[in-house]
Design a protein around this ligand. Structure first.
Ligand code: CMP
Length: 133
């Protein structure tokens, strides 16, 4: 089923010049890039984007990291985009993510984990609204 998803190349990956390599994995997989945007999250945008985590103990760390430098947001389209993208990015803790996944191949961090991707249709709707507003 053709579907859209969103991913954000996080500040750690942008600072390490990995944007092209990350985006190219999605192109190579067969997804079509529909929208692409480089920007820096404001504090308010970050709190809105990560609203589902607002009561978590790591919320402050998360918003301070995601606002710490420019990110690249993308909307992609293709078969089963939401679930397939989650498989491609790998486990949240980069140091435990499977080799072959994006986090598994590029990172070692937890907060600093290279990439975010929508995990449901509902989060795609919310996150794409915030990132491309
Ligand atoms: P992401 O996929 O962007 O969604 C929420 C983020 O919160 C997650 O990636 C991690 O970077 C971060 N995160 C989740 N749990 C923790 C935690 N226990 N400590 C620090 N950061 C966390």
């Amino acid at each position: 089923m053709t579907e859209q998803s969103l991913f954000i190349v996080k500040p750690d990956a942008v600072a390490r010049n990995l944007v092209g390599q990350v985006i190219s994995r999605f192109e190579r997989k067969g997804f079509k890039l529909l929208k692409l945007k480089m920007f820096t999250f404001t504090q308010q945008q970050a709190e809105n984007f990560y609203g589902v985590h607002k009561d978590k103990p790591f919320f402050g760390e998360l918003t301070s990291f995601i606002t710490s430098g420019p990110v690249v947001a993308a909307i992609i389209e293709g078969n089963n985009a939401i679930a397939t993208t989650r498989i491609m990015i790998g486990a949240t803790k980069s140091f435990e993510a499977e080799p072959g996944s994006i986090r598994g191949d590029f990172g070692l961090g937890f907060s600093e984990n290279i990439i975010h991707a929508s995990d449901s249709q509902e989060s795609f709707d919310h996150e794409s609204r915030v990132a491309f507003e």
